[in-house]
Design a protein around this ligand. Structure first.
Ligand SMILES: Cc1cc2nc3c(=O)[nH]c(=O)nc-3n(C[C@H](O)[C@H](O)[C@H](O)COP(=O)(O)OP(=O)(O)OC[C@H]3O[C@@H](n4cnc5c(N)ncnc54)[C@H](O)[C@@H]3O)c2cc1C
Length: 321
């Protein structure tokens, strides 16, 4: 099995999702794994790639690859797959990765399994695990031909820093005319404080039980005191109380912080699937029968408007002492 992992980067960092997929691929017993970084001035990322399990790293470094556009990346990957005889290409999900994976599948006439939560070897074959029926079951999915392409749901795998180093091989960049037609006009970064929801060790999430958008300051204050990020349910995102980028769940993000504090959240299955792998789950809800208590490690039956500010005060006091 010859596996290539697409290593996406922003700034001078490889994304956690890509590194998780790399660590997963490197853990297969008979793994022949390589990473690939595509961009401009990206050679310095080799250290990170090696540390997280890539014995080999292909580097496509070219000024024309600076903008994160999909088609030039498809050109590089398609060439690599053909030249090196790669049979499996893995991606961690993102807007860019989804575009590149789909473009590569079309270019190579290859099968793409998307939204996978795991990958296993069964009887010498690779089998993808894909959540279905509102994430209540996993279905096994496979590929009829090579190369196999897979796109993993974000948060599926934790990056494991094994501490190796990658042997770097530069790849020649040849772009198709049609791939250079699109131009990046602008890139804007969302202004936010504190860690992102994907990387935060602590998430304080708010639901409809907060009563209104103005009460999100309660969860923001607690998140700030704990050095964490704010999450939200779809109900409040749909109501326009909080941005979509913070939505946790089936149609939002999958997160696995060390601590997840759910404030005024009922615990619907679609929310649960996005946060159930958190280390410790604490729920604050005024309804003793709220489903969230069934999968919480610690439950507080009470009004969020009383419990959350008190908790924030206690955390601040503990930190100050
Ligand atoms: C296809 C599909 C995809 C979906 N995807 C997602 C998804 O990605 N993420 C997601 O979150 N949902 C998703 N949903 C919606 C999901 O089914 C629920 O409707 C949603 O999660 C409920 O959000 P909530 O817990 O904020 O609101 P509610 O279900 O209304 O729960 C509010 C909770 O707050 C409690 N409460 C009320 N007042 C207080 C108070 N003062 N103090 C303490 N507790 C209080 C109540 O007891 C209740 O338990 C999806 C649904 C579908 C059909």
């Amino acid at each position: 099995m010859s596996t290539l992992v697409f290593l996406e980067h922003h700034g001078h960092e490889l994304l956690k999702g890509s590194l998780g997929v790399l660590s997963k691929a490197a853990a297969f017993a008979d793994a022949d794994v390589a990473g690939v970084v595509i961009g401009s001035k990206v050679r310095a990322l080799a250290d990170q790639a090696g540390k997280f399990g890539a014995p080999k790293l292909y580097v496509a470094d070219d000024a024309r690859l600076e903008a994160p556009l999909p088609q030039p990346r498809v050109d590089v990957l398609a060439q690599l797959v053909r030249d090196k005889g790669i049979d499996t290409v893995l991606f961690g999900n993102s807007v860019l990765a989804a575009d590149v994976a789909a473009g590569l599948a079309a270019r190579l006439d290859a099968g793409l399994n998307w939204d996978l939560a795991d990958l296993v070897q069964q009887d010498g074959k690779l089998v993808g695990k894909r959540p279905a029926l509102q994430d209540s079951v996993y279905v096994d999915v496979g590929w009829k031909s090579e190369p196999r392409i897979a796109l993993f749901r974000s948060g599926s795998f934790d990056p494991v820093a094994a501490g190796g180093s990658a042997q770097v091989e530069d790849v020649a960049v040849a772009l198709e005319d049609f791939s250079t037609s699109a131009r990046m006009v602008d890139q804007a970064h969302e202004e936010s404080e504190g860690p992102s929801i994907e990387d935060a060790p602590v998430i304080v999430a708010g639901g409809r039980g907060l009563g209104g958008p103005e009460n999100f300051t309660l969860v923001e204050e607690l998140a700030k005191a704990l050095g964490g990020a704010v999450g939200a349910t779809r109900a409040v995102v749909d109501a326009g109380w909080y941005p979509y980028s913070t939505q946790v769940g089936q149609t939002g993000k999958t997160v696995s912080p060390k601590l997840y504090i759910a404030c005024g959240i009922s615990g619907a299955i679609q929310h649960k699937v996005g946060m159930q792998s958190s280390g410790v789950i604490v729920a604050i809800n005024k309804d003793t029968n709220a489903p969230i208590f069934e999968f919480s490690d610690l439950g507080v039956v009470g009004d969020v408007h009383e419990v959350v500010p008190r908790l924030t005060e206690l955390v601040r006091a503990r930190k100050a002492s």
